[in-house]
Design a protein around this ligand. Structure first.
Ligand code: ADP
Length: 275
């Protein structure tokens, strides 16, 4: 039976002046959140804009200080050095502007730097071999020498995902990675992730893990398709969590969004007419 790879206990967090607020106060962005993620599962966070989903992902990725307990693979993420965090957790966010031009191959290989003795220690032939394999799996081999500034949004996001995969971390965090991508590219990325989930990740320490995904998806259908478990967040608090069939209910979704979600989905879901 797989154990918990992520354990959050009474986690509170915020930014700027909110950082200094005492746990338990409403002024924080994340307020007393507790939940666990089983190794090998995919958990999606769902909630309205500004409710704290990205903030919670940042806490789990060790990017933001927090009160309470944040354990990833049994370790308190806040006590780890950046390099240790990067061998535990990889983070893929929305497509952003890229300002530095590296080739696709170099960009994906950056995911391997975390396993070198230092950033300047260079990469080994094994790193290059792993990078080539990942490029091939993601259908990027023909673009290997292309500068990333010359890629389309969909291609760039595939490269960024390949860099995360190259990191070989037990946990992959996804923060709205499909935004701005067309249906075909979204579907390709989703299916790649679903396939990746069925493989095992062997970390540099030699341990094998079932990959775990924790993510936020703009589209509720993608979240429902990918997730085993759902956590509903509202105003920085965990409203409900558990198996998707138990959590994606009319009552809980409407409580989370304070809005007629069922009516919205019924009205705006487009049904293609077959001839
Ligand atoms: P969500 O991902 O659910 O849309 P976020 O976690 O991005 O929500 O934001 C939650 C709250 O934290 C919002 O009120 C937002 O304005 C605030 N916030 C997010 N990032 C920062 C930041 N870097 N500095 C200050 N406040 C922030």
């Amino acid at each position: 039976m797989p154990g918990n790879i992520i354990e959050l206990k009474h986690v509170s967090a915020g930014y700027g002046r909110h950082k200094k607020e005492k746990p338990g106060t409403d002024a924080l962005v994340i307020k007393d959140v507790s939940f666990t993620v089983t190794e090998g599962s995919c958990v999606c966070l769902i909630g309205p804009n500004g409710c704290g989903k990205t903030t919670l992902l940042r806490v789990i990725a060790g990017m933001l200080p927090a009160y309470g307990e944040v354990l990833v693979d049994g370790k308190d993420i806040r006590t780890l050095r950046r390099k240790e965090i990067a061998s535990c957790v990889s983070f893929l966010s929305q497509i952003s502007q890229v300002y530095y031009s590296y080739s696709v191959f170099e960009t994906v290989m950056q995911g391997r730097y975390v396993h070198g003795s230092s950033f300047f220690s260079g990469t080994s032939s094994r790193d290059r071999e792993i990078t080539s394999q990942i490029l091939e799996t993601l259908g990027l081999q023909d673009l290997a020498d292309r500068q990333i500034t010359a890629l389309s949004g969909g291609q760039l996001q595939r490269v960024m995902l390949a860099r995360c995969i190259a990191q070989q971390t037990p946990v992959l965090i996804l923060d709205e990675p499909m935004n701005h991508l067309d249906m075909k590219v979204q579907s390709e990325l989703t299916e790649y992730l679903m396939k990746w989930r069925t493989q095992s990740v062997r970390t540099e320490s030699g341990r094998e893990y079932k990959p775990t995904i924790i993510g936020v998806f703009h589209d509720i259908n993608t979240a429902a398709y990918m997730a085993d478990d759902i956590a509903l967040i509202s105003d920085g608090r965990l409203l409900a969590s558990g198996r998707k069939k138990d959590v994606l209910t009319k009552e809980l979704l409407e409580k989370t969004f304070r809005f007629d979600v069922t009516g919205y989905l019924r009205k705006y879901q487009y049904c293609i007419m077959e001839p």
